[in-house]
Structure formats: structure tokens, C-alpha cells
Design a protein around this ligand. Structure first.
Ligand code: MTE
Length: 427
């Protein structure tokens, strides 16, 4: 979107990490010692094996059934429910276009989808990074019509959970998998339409010395390990906020669906999915660094080889998936057209290889996707013998990063990037 480069997430996180560890944390609900206690408790829980992160709903908005965390239908051929979340079934992408239709786009909810009234919804901006230092109680406000009247842009951007592929830590590497046990389906590309966050920040009176911006969701508070961590929120530097971040009110040409952030969500291209705050209600703008549990306690690498405080999450790694059912039946002796997609947080995919048991061969890349948010590809294969076969896809991105055979182990089981062994049966 913009000519000027925005800071890489990893670089920004490394900076903030140093400030946080030096005790410069700022903002309600983020006390370093408390978070370290919670972090230690979390590590104990996760070490205990494949337990889920405890999730509790502190307060449900009026009109929401807390028993139904997701509003849209979850047809089993399109989506697989996982607690408060749902992952896309990869076979449902076969024959689809570049974007993931809303009916099968994955949902990642820390608690549940709130039902918000667009007529009373307001975006509230506050903090000393805005002229006049408006407070949370007396913020600068925009309603939905005001946002819609501002210049709009539409971009295809990929959204992915850092825990995508987590289940293969257990299945392929025999490692514990705390948290949501995603297969490879917590990823998707959509066309997001909205107003640039930078436009709104400037209208709200952004000061030259503002440093960080922290959007906050209107879903219920998130409770983890018995601690109420407040509303889901995660900071980003002003430079990123002014670059390519959108306040989106449409997804794939339709008003944003409830589960994906209606009426307005943040879309932060290239950054880990948690940055793209749904149901955004408030944005703090600060002249000092901002912190939240979502960049200090979660979305950090803890575990073997890591310091007690953990290290920052790097960019999303390279991943690939076949658009094929697990244990699919394929006709022996007949040519099968295998299809799949690969993507990377570092940038576009350079090439993809497929191995069906007799070595790596290059896949054919769909030309139209070159340089895009993800890359579709195809590979022809004639299953030679009846019985079980294993398919593998391995991508290399534009930085030369290639999927390894084994993913690096970490306590919260993030960033699984190893090649996934996909079983099929020929008959
Ligand atoms: N924003 C709020 N308010 N609450 C959430 O639970 N989940 C985040 C992010 N934004 C979340 C949120 C995470 S972890 C991801 S991966 C993306 O939303 C998922 O977006 P989706 O549900 O539209 O696919």
C-alpha cells in the first residue's frame, strides 16, 4: 500500500521486549511481575501435557448465547469446531479461487462472538499520543457512517494464527500441544475493505511524538490461568499503523460477518493474526511503549533453549497444505491432479516441491498468484500401487527460507513449519 517500508514485526517485538524486560511496561492490566507469575503458571500447565488454555467468559454481551461462541453455521465439510474456534477444512478449498469464502474462513475467538449494534457502535480513540490527550472516558469518537465516508481501500491479505499446524507437534514429533490444537486450517486470505488506520489516527489528532497504538476488542474479557487479562488487545508501532493497516468493514465484498469482527476490525497485513483485533471498540495512542499480555505472555517463545522470559515470536514461517482430505482415497494407476497452497510471513513463495514417495519434484505454480499473499500450485501424480502412500509438500519463500523436516519445539507450540506427511490410500 505505501512506498515507505514498515518495521518488521520481529524487529519491533525485539525492541519492545527489551523495554518490557527493563520494567518500562505501561498501561492498565500489564504488570511485569504479575505476568511472569502467570507465565510460570502457564508453563507448568503446558508442561503437564496437552491441556487446553483455560478460557472463561467474564461477561457476555446482551443477546449472546455463551454456549455458542461462533454465530455462523459450521457445516462439517467446511469447518471443524475446536472449543470457541473453528478451523477451515482444506479439502473445501479445492476448486475455489484465490480468497477463502466467508462460509469456510477460520474463526479464532478467545471467548465468543459478541453481537454489536452498528447504530450505537463507536470507535473511541484516546491517549497522550493524540493532541489534547483525550481520555478513555472522554475520547475522540467515530461512528460507522463517519468511517464509511472516509476514503476506502480494498486489499487481499492473509490472516493466520501463530498456532497453525500445532497438532503436528504431537502427531509428527510426539511433543505436547497446549492451546488450540489446529491442523493447518487456521489460515485464510480475504479481500478486506475499509479505511486506513492512519487516516483515522490523523483525523483524531495524532501527535508527531506518538510511539505506539493499541486497538482493543469489544468481546468479553479473556481469563487465563484464573487471571482476568481484560479485553483482547495488542500494540503496534505508529509506523506500522500509518503504513498498511486497515480498519475493515467489509470482507470479500460483504459487510464484515459477526464472527470476523462486525462492524469493524483491524487488519494488520504480514503480522501474526492476533494483531488483527476484531470488534475494535477503542484504540489507545501513546507517546510511550504499550504492552499487553498478547505481546508479553502469549505469542512469545518459551521452552528449551529460551530464557525464562521467553523470546519474541518471529515472522510466521513457511507452510504448505494440500487441498485434500486426510486419508483421501485416490484411484490406483490413474492420474490425479494434486492441488494445494503455500505461504510465508517473510514474503511471496518462490517455489514448491511435492514428494509422493519417489523424491521431490517441482510443483506448477499458478501464475496469477505470483508475489501475492499465498501461492496456489498443482502437481500430477499416478498412484503406482494399491495401499497407503504419503504425500509431502515443501515450499521455499523469497528469502530462501524452506520448510524443515522438524519444527523447533517451544512450550506454547507456535510456528509449526515442518513438512506435513499427508496420508492417502490408493485403491
Ligand atoms: N480480536 C478479538 N477482539 N478477539 C479475539 O479473540 N483473535 C485474534 C484476532 N483478533 C481475536 C481477535 C486471533 S488469535 C486471530 S488468529 C484472528 O483474530 C482471527 O481472525 P478470524 O477469526 O476473523 O479468522
Amino acid at each position: 500500500m505505501s512506498q515507505s517500508p514498515s518495521p518488521a514485526e520481529a524487529v519491533h517485538d525485539a525492541d519492545r521486549s527489551r523495554q518490557w524486560l527493563a520494567g518500562h511496561a505501561h498501561g492498565p492490566g500489564v504488570d511485569r511481575d504479575r505476568l511472569l507469575e502467570v507465565g510460570a503458571a502457564m508453563a507448568a500447565v503446558t508442561a503437564a501435557a496437552a491441556e487446553r488454555e483455560p478460557v472463561a467468559v467474564a461477561s457476555a454481551p446482551v443477546g449472546v448465547d455463551p454456549g455458542a461462541p461462533i454465530v455462523k453455521p459450521l457445516p462439517p465439510e467446511l469447518l471443524r469446531p475446536l472449543d470457541t474456534n473453528a478451523e477451515m477444512r482444506w479439502p473445501s478449498m479445492a476448486g475455489q479461487g484465490y480468497v477463502v469464502p466467508v462460509d469456510r474462513f477460520f474463526v479464532r475467538n478467545h471467548t465468543l462472538t459478541p453481537q454489536l449494534d452498528p447504530a450505537t457502535w463507536r470507535l473511541r480513540l484516546f491517549g497522550d499520543g493524540l493532541r489534547g490527550a483525550p481520555t478513555r472516558d472522554n475520547p475522540v469518537e467515530f461512528d460507522l457512517d463517519e468511517l464509511r465516508r472516509l476514503p476506502a481501500e480494498e486489499h487481499a491479505a492473509l490472516l493466520e494464527c501463530a498456532g497453525n499446524g500445532r497438532r503436528y507437534f504431537a502427531e509428527q514429533q510426539d511433543e505436547p500441544t497446549p492451546g488450540v490444537v489446529w491442523g493447518l486450517g487456521s489460515v485464510g486470505v480475504a479481500r478486506w475493505r475499509g479505511v486506513r488506520l492512519g487516516t483515522v489516527l490523523r483525523l483524531a489528532g495524532l501527535r508527531d511524538d506518538a510511539v505506539d497504538v493499541m486497538p482493543e476488542g469489544l468481546d468479553p474479557d479473556y481469563v487465563s490461568g484464573g487471571v482476568n487479562l481484560g479485553r483482547v488487545r495488542r500494540p503496534m508501532p505508529v509506523a506500522k499503523a500509518l503504513d498498511d493497516v486497515l480498519l475493515a468493514y467489509e470482507m470479500n465484498g460483504e459487510p464484515l460477518p459477526a464472527d470476523h469482527g462486525f462492524p469493524v476490525r483491524v487488519v494488520v497485513p504480514g503480522w501474526v493474526g492476533i494483531s488483527s483485533i476484531k470488534w475494535v471498540g477503542a484504540i489507545e495512542v501513546s507517546t510511550t511503549a504499550l504492552f499487553s499480555p498478547w505481546n508479553t505472555q502469549f505469542y512469545r517463545m518459551f521452552g528449551p533453549g529460551q530464557p525464562a522470559d521467553g523470546t519474541v515470536l518471529t515472522a510466521q514461517p513457511v507452510r504448505s497444505a494440500f487441498e485434500l482430505a486426510w486419508d483421501a482415497r485416490v484411484p490406483v494407476g490413474e492420474e490425479v491432479l494434486l492441488t494445494g497452497r503455500s505461504w510465508s510471513g517473510n514474503g511471496p513463495i518462490a517455489h514448491v516441491e511435492v514428494d509422493s514417495g519417489d523424491g521431490w519434484r517441482p510443483a506448477d505454480l499458478v501464475a496469477a498468484d505470483r508475489g501475492g499473499a499465498w501461492q496456489r500450485w498443482t502437481a500430477r501424480w499416478r498412484p503406482p500401487t494399491p495401499g497407503r502412500h504419503v504425500l509431502r509438500a515443501r515450499a521455499t519463500d523469497c528469502t530462501g527460507a524452506v520448510q524443515p523436516d522438524r519444527a523447533a519445539v517451544n512450550d506454547l507450540a507456535y510456528l509449526f513449519d515442518a513438512v506435513v506427511a499427508h496420508p492417502v490410500t490408493a485403491c
